[in-house]
Design a protein around this ligand. Structure first.
Ligand SMILES: *Cc1c(COP(=O)(O)O)cnc(C)c1O
Length: 222
């Protein structure tokens, strides 16, 4: 368990180091601890060391943890199944993986019923080499406008999950469309403030590509 504290300290140091070295110290970067497959006591340990935001991928697994643990902001970062969207709306503060209007509407409806708001990110496709094609940008803009109409969702930004690359240059390449996507969103919605990119393997590339929310699992818990 001491390991988790050490890891958190190391990661926070690393983020500060990168921010200073590459002159992005104004970039507000938060650390999301990805706790899928991790036990309640592992999460409690990270919490002891002032980690307050945790990310979960699986609805069923996360419910047990959410019921047991208080004072945590839970982020849903997994694939959304429409028949479980109501559970996400009810139990999470953030949802990173909104990809279509149908899911957005279900989330909005259940937030309304539970008298709560949900921060949402649109998951942009950075795995497909054709992403800059007009049609995808067009659909992205349409989805932004549709979500902005929904009163119980706070559209906060975008999320990206590239294929895993070991090589730094490939990591940078895989994130090259993140900033263009974000600026399209900012044009339509100036309150957008969140870019959720970066995992244990590509922290530096993610920060230099604009990340404001790093999703780190193994480097915290392993
Ligand atoms: C598991 C997961 C992460 C964390 O990955 P690590 O390599 O363990 O840091 C980040 N984002 C998503 C969507 C994940 O599923």
């Amino acid at each position: 368990m001491l390991k988790i504290l050490k890891n958190l300290k190391k990661i926070r140091k690393k983020i500060t180091y990168i921010k200073n070295k590459y002159e992005c110290s104004q970039q507000n970067i938060r650390l999301l601890a990805v706790s899928k497959f991790r036990s309640i006591s592992e999460i409690q340990t990270a919490k002891l060391y002032k980690q307050r935001e945790f990310g979960e991928n699986y609805v069923q697994e996360s419910l047990l943890k959410i019921k047991k643990l208080q004072n945590i902001k839970w982020h849903f970062i997994g694939q959304i199944q429409s028949n479980k969207a109501h559970i996400i709306a009810k139990n999470f503060s953030w949802c990173h993986t909104v990809e279509n209007e149908k899911i957005a509407k279900i989330l909005d409806k259940h937030c309304f019923e539970n008298k709560k708001k949900l921060n949402v990110l649109i998951q942009v496709n950075i795995r497909n080499k054709y992403i800059t094609s007009q049609i995808n940008i067009k659909n992205f803009k349409i989805l932004i406008k549709k979500i902005l109409i929904l009163k119980n969702l706070n559209l906060r930004g975008i999320m990206g999950m590239p294929y895993k690359h070991i090589n730094y240059n490939d990591q940078i390449k895989s994130y090259k469309n993140i900033k263009p996507y974000f600026s399209i969103m900012k044009d339509l919605h100036s309150y957008a403030d969140t870019i959720s990119i970066g995992t244990s393997h590509d922290i530096k590339a993610a920060i230099l590509s604009g990340s404001t929310l790093l999703r780190i699992g193994s480097q915290i818990f392993d």
